[in-house]
Write a protein that binds this ligand. Structure first.
Ligand SMILES: Cc1ncc(COP(=O)(O)O)c(C=O)c1O
Length: 401
């Protein structure tokens, strides 16, 4: 008899996240009493600023506890428009903004609103693990554009031109990138924009959630190519910039004819983001932004400390990263070797499993991001944890024969 709870064809294609698999392994070791350091998480280790928490408290006490407009409160969309003017030099209309339950839901709403079965979304690899799955859940087909350290993990104009076909509906860019940390320089955006001008059937989604954690000048796609604004969706939010991952506030900025169906999707799925979180996000965007630069400087110092330690192993090859809080070293030199405790390392996943079992350090294999032969490490952890983790990684690398 057929199971009423069998997975739908769409969901059956969604894979259990590799990040989850590694966390489960790490948890199992912790339960055995092992001392495990996890460098897998994608969130800042800073707290949400106090004034933001205070604003949420005040809003709740003042009765802002009801449903809000589905697209987001006017106050928050106004604050987003002003922040966008301040940070990126353009000011979207309120009808061009949708506030969602985290940036992740912006992606979901946009794909659910626009994709028909078989429509293609171009995704440069390495990519954030959720991208292909969100496309698949929305009946689309992810098409990957592999990049490498040789091009700074940036997709090239020729590559993009060759990948665009009649079924292409979107290009999905992420700058600064999770997991590579790559940030698209202005000239690189201009070159991609030139290709996209020749392909008017392609929408451009640019995930700029790590905008404020950039160690090189950051350029929003829409500021560089304003003439493409009528088919560009910018994704952003306060999760990473203001250490607000748990508040679940992200937003999309795009043309009204895209935002309207996204709002329709949202109206049937969540009714909109939390009222109290939206009030908190207003305070985050309107308040003092000095903290962002200070936190970014702190991340940069940690990046240097970890990248130097990884390169000193002689096994890992760790290019620096221009933004976000991840490093994405190659472990190619470790492949084909055997660990101190006799584990054969044939793949990046073997490396991660052996490192976890033997030294109690949890990293995520590059294959989770569509780029095998690499490892992703988040340095949003205390210096003490990072120092202990890199000591253990160095010992593990030294044990490889
Ligand atoms: C590239 C990228 N986009 C979006 C998100 C999700 O952001 P949010 O927590 O606001 O949904 C993440 C979180 O890890 C991310 O790394």
């Amino acid at each position: 008899m057929s199971d009423p709870f069998r997975r739908s064809a769409r969901i059956a294609a969604v894979e259990l996240s590799e990040i989850l698999r590694i966390s489960e392994l790490a948890d199992a070791l912790k339960r055995e009493g092992r001392d495990v350091i996890t460098l897998g998480t994608g969130e800042p280790d800073f707290p949400t600023p106090g004034h933001v928490i205070h604003a949420a408290h005040e809003a709740a006490l003042a009765g802002q506890t009801s449903y809000t407009l589905t697209a987001g409160t006017r106050a928050l969309r106004q604050a987003i428009a002003e922040a966008c003017q301040r940070d990126n030099g353009y000011r979207p209309e309120l009808s061009e903004i949708i506030v969602c339950t985290g940036a992740k839901q912006v992606l979901y709403n946009a794909f659910a609103a626009t994709l028909d079965p078989g429509d293609e979304v171009l995704i440069p690899a390495p990519y954030w693990t959720s991208y292909p799955d969100i496309v698949t859940v929305s009946s689309g087909r992810p098409v990957f554009l592999p990049t490498s350290a040789a091009t700074g993990f940036l997709v090239t104009p020729d590559q993009l031109r060759a990948a665009i076909g009649p079924r292409t509906r979107w290009l999905l860019l992420n700058s600064p990138s999770n997991p590579s940390g790559a940030v698209y320089p202005r000239a690189a955006i201009e070159a991609l924009a030139d290709v996209l001008r020749e392909a008017p059937h392609v929408g451009i989604m640019v995930d700029e959630i790590y905008q404020h954690i950039s160690y090189v000048p950051f350029h929003s796609f829409r500021s560089v190519a304003p003439d493409l604004a009528d088919r560009t969706l910018i994704v952003n939010g306060v999760s990473k910039s203001h250490a607000m991952t748990g508040w679940r506030i992200g937003w999309g900025i795009g043309p009204g004819r895209l935002i309207a169906p996204m709002v329709a999707v949202q109206s049937q799925i969540t009714s909109g983001a939390s009222s109290v979180s939206q009030a908190a996000a207003v305070a985050a965007l309107a308040g003092d932004q000095q903290l962002l630069a200070e936190r970014s400087d702190d991340f940069r110092a940690r990046r240097d400390m970890v990248a130097d330690a990884l390169n000193a192993t002689g096994i890992l090859d760790c290019p620096s990263a221009d933004g976000a809080f991840y490093l994405f070293p190659s472990c190619a030199r470790a492949l084909g070797r055997t660990s101190g405790k006799g584990r054969r390392i044939e793949t990046d996943a073997d490396f991660c499993e052996a490192l976890l079992e033997e030294e109690g350090v949890a990293l995520v294999p590059g294959r989770a991001f569509g780029t095998p032969g690499h490892l992703r490490l988040s340095y949003a952890y205390s210096r003490a944890s990072l120092s202990e983790a890199t000591t253990r990684i160095a010992r593990f690398c030294a044990s490889l024969k």
